[in-house]
Structures are given as C-alpha cells and as structure tokens.
Design a protein around this ligand. Structure first.
Ligand code: IMP
Length: 182
C-alpha cells in the first residue's frame, strides 16, 4: 500500500534499463578521464543512490573507495519538507580526497546544497556531484550536478533506487508514478 493515499498507483516507464546502463557507463568513463591516475572516493546518499552508486563504481576504471551518508528530507510523501537532517554520517574522514557525492536525483536542491556545505567543511581536495536524474525546473537552491545522467521533466519518478514510501526501489526502469490520464 502506498504511504499516503491507499489508492492504487500507476507506473509509466520514463527511462528504460538499457538506456540507464548505457548512460551510467558514459558517466563512469567521464569520471575515469577526469581523475586519470588518481583515487576517487564515492559518497552515496542513502537510500536512493545505492543502486546508481553500485553500478557506477563498477564502471569506473580507477582506484576507488566508497562511503554512505543518510539524510532525511522528504519523509514519506512526495513533497520536500525543506528540512535536512543527517541520519547516518560518514564512516571516515574525507580530508584531501577526490570526493564524488552520488545522488539519485536533484530536485529542489535543498538536500544537495546542505550536503555540499557540510562536506566542504571537511576539506576534501575536490568535491563533485554525480546525479542520475535532474529536475531543473524544481530548483529552489542554485546547485548543479557535475555528472548528470538524465534531465527529466517535473514528474515524480520511482525505480532504480528511487522510492515512494519505500516502494518501487527495485524497479529496473525509472518510471513516472501516477501519470496524468491522457
Ligand atoms: P531535493 O532536496 O528536493 O533536491 O530532493 C532530493 C531528494 O528527494 C532525492 O535524493 C530523493 O530522495 C527525493 N526525491 C526528489 N524527487 C523525487 C522523485 O521524483 N522521486 C523520488 N524521490 C525524489
């Protein structure tokens, strides 16, 4: 059952698994080129980015390490509360490292701008952002991804790690939830 309405949810494929795989390989290739001969430290923002990070890191042809951070911003619904809180912090220091923060989706930018502020204080050598999806039309904070998989319209999407009330993370395609009736 969905978290809020109890009504049946409809799904419409927006980005197919094959297109995601191809784009993840391209993004990884770009990272490999940009950080040639160096180590990169990927930080996944739980839980949504875990599947993207898992696929991305295996396509990066460099020395890598990974860590995770968990923040709350959306609660159980579709709208951001605007308040960001760290629920699980990093396991280790990022000082002097080439850090790539891995996000599932950039929406209002509230989460990312908060995380960039927090992480920048910890003195990484470089701090970049990789996001599978970007909804630029929803932006409230001026933040951008350095590596963006797909720019998408203002639709609520699920699958490939993204959820609605913890459901649908396991879908292989990115799907629009509740598409308007044509
Ligand atoms: P922001 O702080 O508004 O940019 O939101 C970032 C977080 O909100 C993402 O990391 C997602 O967890 C969640 N989010 C934003 N848009 C969607 C969506 O369309 N589907 C699922 N989760 C979303």
């Amino acid at each position: 059952m969905p978290a809020t309405t109890g009504k049946e949810q409809k799904l419409k494929v927006l980005i197919r698994r094959s297109a995601i795989e191809k784009r993840v390989r391209e993004v990884a290739r770009q990272i490999t080129t940009d950080f040639k001969g160096q180590r990169v430290h990927l930080i996944g923002v739980l839980k949504g980015a875990c599947i993207f990070l898992s696929d991305l890191v295996r396509e990066i042809n460099l020395e890598t390490s990974i860590d995770f951070i968990a923040v709350s911003s959306y609660g159980k619904g579709k709208e951001s509360s605007g308040q960001v809180r760290v629920l699980k912090d990093l396991d280790s220091s990022i000082e002097g490292l080439n850090v790539i923060l891995v996000e599932d989706i950039l929406d209002t930018g509230l989460t990312l701008s908060y995380l960039l502020r927090v992480l920048q204080q910890r003195k990484p050598k470089v701090l970049r952002v990789a996001a599978l999806l970007d909804k630029p039309s929803r932006r409230l904070k001026q933040v951008e991804g350095d590596y963006v998989g797909f720019r998408i319209p203002n639709e609520f999407v699920v699958g490939y790690g993204l959820d609605f009330g913890e459901r649908y993370r396991n879908l292989k395609d990115v799907c629009i939830l509740n598409p308007p009736v044509a």
